[in-house]
Design a protein around this ligand. Structure first.
Ligand code: BGC
Length: 894
């Protein structure tokens, strides 16, 4: 017998039935609403080059069992006609399907065209409302459509000041709409008639410039006017022209040059004609007040050199110079189809301290990636230095020793993470760097002449790829909640159009750090557009023999160091995770040949199935595990992913080949390292027991034994971690997936060394690079490589997991663990179908577990062994787990 339980079990049964009746009556009248229309995972994007963009929607329907039974898509260039049901571009039949993401497959899309679309969805029993109209707009679609010329000024790559460019022009007819398309080697700011266009920062995103260049599109209809107009461009260096001598020789990048750009400003008139104003030899150039800019170190700005009105129509530019034509940086110029970097959060200074006559110290109260902005008044020529750091020295001044160690300046003109602002003396002046970001909590502001500063004079801006939050957790343990926040802070601090290791010391796309953090990212943020772009970066960097560099993008460094499978498995793991979280196999398909080439190469080099290629369990506590062991586990993972992808794409021969190879690797690892009698791998360290459990290497019959050895090992290690980044990735789930969730929790909730909590009780607001906070090296205070814990909360406590058989949370696997030491735990993740909630709280000796599954998806609940479901809401027990659909459910567990 099943009983419906209200969320408050003190209600009487009679009341319960009344509630049920009311809600059923309400449900009978309710209809599904179609929301969340996106194209290529973006809302109404205007920069599409793809001939078959992905269209997607969400069914909002709280009724029990709500699902989509069919859909019909309509696409048209005419929104008015479309609202009447007429579609001139694509109209599907009524497709009987639960799919809510479909590739556009109508008439060939034309460049520069806005397409409107909507979808009708049939729900479980009748046709629903049709969605509102959404749109997507194509960009240039083909490089032959560019009209502009790549231009720059006549300086070489070593010239310091950033160049301005301007052009003025007349528009005589009535403007209907206008778009600016700008492709840049370097970074840019675009202005029309004095107004800065858009709020992106550090655009375009970093790619391997000589292989792929991104262009950005803006709607500039509002900024143009009939009559005289002016367009201005300021170019920054970014990674394209790395002048600072820093780690991994970016100053010697093969693509390095003075920044250049190509711009098409395409105006459509009311009469239907178009006109394009482009970059060409008519443009003029001059040096700007940005006298130095380095993505890695800082920006220097001399306000005395400002030229008011430089980007406005009536500016007299006779003193400006002619531009030069330049070669395009690559032949592959494609639309930037992703969330941009923005200054997402404004962070007021928490305190200000006067350290001496000329020096103030600001504390933001938390560690961030981004910039600071200062507003100040002073005498012309006053030089203000803003030195950014993560920590303070004993003397109270900032201390950069943990982050500047890779920096090798040749003189003192380019200090690390230190902006230089020279005042014009014209009243109150504000400076915020445009072409740089830093990792910092403290800013030490010094000046060569006394200035007066208040707490409000300086503000921090947290910058990162502006991805939507997609997950939250909260629990009765405040340290746990703080670790989750710190993990997200570090994840975002390391998300700048590509995942990075740290926002200060390197800012590099270290592959190992990124695959470790990818699930944490995907549970907590809707970051697919950034990962898809980064996987394209991978394909740009891959050698014909399959080898990838350890940092991506790379300037050529990294093909010889650090690039074994324990790091560069990003090529397989990230597309697989995207498939799991979004149910979208596009990137897996795009990377298929690349993964194959990669594993074939390892197979050629290491025919036994065991590979010693890799860095191993990086930054461990004390136990050191064999590199061969961990690298072979990642090699196995890549081959297994390839075999699963082969199955998915119907590549039967490949499937056979790679299933056999995976088995060979697994057998080789087990033959050499596993003692089947004891259930111990190698020396039995935490990493050695958890890596094979996590990655599916342990024979099924021995899983319990190995997990028990792991639990014993953890107890022996005093319930503390003894692992580096590869072990820390595996250990929590290895325990919680095998009946030892409470042991996992004992590690995850530690507050003494070594643990995540130890960082928190010592004031961390981000994750660190080293368990030992007194370490002399490897101590950035903003690394994400120990960030798996942010995914584990969802997997190991809330138990929200994608189902490999029905990915993208079409079916959700719910495996909650009711941790003894927690009173309550709530987790929410918004997947492609909507919000999934798994939460529980203790009520005396029982646990009340409640779950929400969005419409058009299902879930299978597995309760921990030994727990009895006392009551649940009206569902049938499936053979494996409890099958449920949308609607709110509450379970009582004993
Ligand atoms: C980076 C790491 C990276 C490692 C590889 C370090 O310098 O900061 O996060 O994975 O090198 O060895």
């Amino acid at each position: 017998m099943t009983t419906i339980l209200p969320k408050n079990p003190s209600f009487s049964k009679i009341l319960l039935f009344i509630i049920l009746t009311l809600s059923s009556a309400y449900a009978a009248n309710a209809a599904a609403k179609i929301t969340g229309l996106k194209c290529e995972y973006l809302i109404n994007p205007i920069s599409m080059d793809s001939p078959h963009p992905r269209l997607m929607w969400v069914m909002d329907d709280a009724r029990q069992g709500a699902k989509q039974t069919a859909y019909q898509l309509s696409v048209s260039t005419d929104s008015v006609e479309l609202s009447k049901g007429i579609a001139n571009t694509w109209q599907t039949v009524k497709v009987v399907s639960g799919n809510s993401r479909v590739n556009y497959n109508g008439k060939a899309l034309q460049p520069y065209t806005k397409y409107y679309w909507r979808v009708a969805v049939w729900d479980k029993d009748r046709k629903s409302d049709i969605s509102a109209i959404a749109s997507f707009e194509t960009g240039l679609m083909d490089k032959s459509n560019w009209k502009g010329t790549w231009i720059s000024d006549n300086n070489d790559a070593n010239a310091k000041p950033a160049p301005y460019f301007r052009n003025s022009f007349d528009l005589t007819k009535k403007i209907k709409s206008a778009r600016a398309y700008i492709a840049v080697a370097g970074l840019y700011e675009l202005y029309i008639n004095g107004e800065k266009i858009g709020n992106h920062r550090l655009d375009p995103m970093y790619t391997r410039f000589d292989r792929r260049t991104l262009y950005v599109t803006y709607d500039v209809t509002a900024q143009l006017q009939s009559g005289k107009n002016a367009v201005g461009v300021l170019l920054g260096n970014g990674w394209y022209n790395h002048q600072s001598t820093a780690v991994w020789y970016f100053d010697k990048s093969p693509w390095r040059n003075r920044p250049a750009f190509c711009l098409d400003l395409r105006v459509t008139y009311e009469d239907g004609t178009t006109e394009t104003i482009s970059s060409n030899k008519k443009w003029k150039t001059a040096l700007s007040p940005v006298i130095f800019n380095s993505i890695y170190t800082a920006e220097h700005y001399d306000a005395r050199l400002e030229q008011p009105g430089w980007n406005k129509p009536n500016f007299i530019d006779t003193a400006w110079k002619s531009v030069i034509n330049r070669q395009a940086p690559s032949l592959n110029i494609v639309a930037q189809t992703m969330q941009p970097i923005r200054a997402v959060e404004k962070i007021p200074a928490q305190s200000i301290k006067k350290l001496d006559d000329k020096t103030y110290l600001y504390d933001l109260g938390r560690n961030i990636s981004g910039v600071s902005s200062i507003t100040v008044k002073g005498e012309a020529g006053t030089i203000i230095r803003l030195k950014h750091a993560e920590k303070l020295g004993k003397n109270g001044y900032v201390d950069q020793s943990n982050i500047d160690l890779h920096y090798r300046p040749t003189d003192d003109k380019d200090p690390f993470q230190t902006d230089i602002f020279i005042l014009s003396g014209k009243g109150e002046e504000t400076f915020m760097p445009r072409f740089n970001y830093k990792g910092f909590q403290y800013v030490e502001v010094s000046s060569d002449k006394p200035i007066n500063l208040t707490k409000e004079s300086l503000t921090g801006y947290f910058m990162h790829s502006d991805v939507e939050p997609a997950g939250t957790i909260s629990s009765s343990n405040n340290t746990l909640n703080k670790i989750w926040q710190a993990t997200n802070n570090s994840y975002l601090s390391n998300f700048f159009g590509y995942p990075t290791d740290c926002p200060q010391r390197e800012k590099n796309g270290w592959t190992g750090d990124a695959h470790i953090a990818s699930e944490t990212g995907l549970y907590n943020f809707d970051g697919i557009t950034i990962y898809e772009k980064w996987m394209a970066d991978h394909r740009d960097e891959q050698q014909p023999n399959g080898v990838l560099p350890s940092i991506i993008p790379s300037n050529g460094w990294g093909y010889e160091w650090g690039n074994g499978p324990d790091w560069t498995s990003t090529i397989a793991i990230i597309p697989w995770n995207l498939y799991m979280f979004y149910g979208d196999s596009k990137t897996l398909g795009d990377n298929y040949e690349a993964i194959k080439r990669y594993v074939n190469h390892i197979n050629d080099l290491y025919p036994t199935g065991l590979t010693t290629w890799g860095l191993g369990d990086w930054v461990p506590v004390k136990a050191v595990s064999p590199v061969e062991f961990t690298s072979s586990a990642y090699y196995f993972t890549d081959v297994s992913i390839l075999a699963k992808a082969a199955k998915l794409f119907g590549r039967a021969d490949d499937q056979k080949t790679y299933e056999a190879l995976a088995l060979k690797i697994k057998n080789a690892i087990n033959a050499k390292y596993l003692n089947t009698a004891t259930g111990i791998y190698d020396k039995g360290y935490q990493t050695e027991l958890s890596v094979p459990l996590y990655w599916g290497i342990v024979p099924d019959s021995l899983k319990h034994k190995v997990a028990t050895r792991l639990a014993e090992r953890v107890k022996q290690d005093n319930n503390h971690l003894d692992a580096g980044i590869l072990g820390a990735k595996a250990i929590l789930s290895a325990l919680s997936d095998n009946g030892y969730a409470d042991v996992a929790y004992s590690i995850a909730s530690q507050e003494t060394f070594p643990s995540w909590g130890w960082w928190i009780v010592n004031g961390a607001t981000t994750l660190y690079e080293n368990w030992d906070i007194t370490a002399k090296s490897d101590l950035s205070l903003n690394h994400i490589m120990f960030g798996e814990i942010g995914a584990w909360y969802f997997k190991g406590i809330g138990g929200i997991k994608p189902d490999p058989k029905s990915p993208g949370f079409k079916n959700v696997l719910l495996t909650p663990n009711f941790i003894e030491k927690l009173d309550h735990f709530e987790s929410e993740h918004t997947g492609p179908y909507g919000k999934i909630i798994s939460s529980w709280k203790r009520k005396g000796s029982t646990v009340e577990y409640s779950v929400t599954v969005p419409a058009n998806s299902t879930a299978t609940v597995f309760f921990p062994a030994g727990k009895k479901v006392m009551a649940h809401s009206g569902q049938v027990n499936a053979e494996n787990g409890l099958k449920i659909t949308s609607g709110d459910y509450v379970y009582l567990i004993k």
